[in-house]
Design a protein around this ligand. Structure first.
Ligand SMILES: C[S@@+](CC[C@H](N)C(=O)[O-])C[C@H]1O[C@@H](n2cnc3c(N)ncnc32)[C@H](O)[C@@H]1O
Length: 239
């Protein structure tokens, strides 16, 4: 999948992301909670989209740099974030235009699952992280396809496509499925320690009408959608 594929539906995706259960009330609050106290930290937002996570982390006192493969998403992020956040067009599948040891943390929300190869991108993200820095990321939970497509091979790393409606506009996305062990193998092969694996609940302030019926009825507290990791680049512990 080309790094600029979001150009075709950038404005619709941004509108959907701003108020959806999956982004506004689930993925983003989980990333913010995993990041914890970010005051004074230099953070790279990899695959920043239109910049909502960068904006939230900046409000919490971090200094952000961001990039995305879609020029249209970068344009939206620049409008949202203004001059004090450098936002560039860059492809996570290619060498990144940042110095070694430049960041305390990297956040990568819902972007790695577009890439077939994780070795190169993870090596690059580790390179730009300071020793002791963290890579905080989310991707599609690999078990979701087991339930929705039980005929498929869970254990194969392979592409699959899904149709979405973003704020009323149709979009086709192509992801790379990989089983959980292939994710953790890629993290450790890139030299990261796995500090946290998370399957969080939606934010407590989610409007009731957005929650799943089973959560509304009190039968469960969460749902399977994304999986979250906090990885640490070995080195001095964070202060
Ligand atoms: C699901 S959106 C998430 C955007 C943002 N991280 C958020 O959570 O709001 C995925 C983003 O990844 C970007 N992307 C996809 N492939 C990429 C690549 N190879 N390099 C950089 N960005 C990529 C897309 O352009 C899109 O903005």
């Amino acid at each position: 999948m080309r790094a600029d594929h979001y150009d075709a539906f950038a404005v619709s995706y941004d509108a959907e992301n701003a108020s959806s259960l999956l982004n506004e009330y689930y993925e983003r609050p989980a990333m913010i909670a995993l990041a914890g106290d970010v005051r004074g930290r230099r953070i790279l937002d990899a695959g920043c989209g239109s910049g909502p996570l960068s904006a939230a982390l900046r409000t919490r006192g971090a200094a952000l740099t961001a990039f995305d493969g879609s020029p249209a998403m970068v344009e939206l992020a620049r409008r949202r974030l203004g001059d004090d956040v450098p936002v560039s067009v860059a492809d996570l599948a290619e060498p990144l235009p940042f110095e070694d040891d430049a960041f305390d943390d990297v956040v990568a929300s819902l972007v790695l699952h577009y890439l077939e190869d994780w070795a190169g991108p993870l090596a690059e993200l580790r390179r730009v992280l300071k020793p002791g820095g963290r890579l905080i990321l989310s991707v599609n939970h690999p078990l979701v396809r087991v339930f929705t497509h039980p005929d498929e091979d869970y254990f194969a790393t392979r592409p699959y496509s899904e149709e979405y409606r973003f704020a009323g506009e149709e979009a086709m996305l192509t992801f790379w499925h990989r089983p959980l062990h292939a994710m953790t193998d890629a993290f450790t092969a890139a030299g990261f320690d796995i500090a946290v694996v998370d399957e969080p609940a939606p934010s407590p302030d989610t409007p009731a009408e957005l929650l799943t019926p089973r959560i509304r009825r009190g039968e469960t507290t969460a749902f399977l959608s994304f999986i979250f990791f906090v990885l640490e680049a070995p080195g001095p512990r964070r202060g």
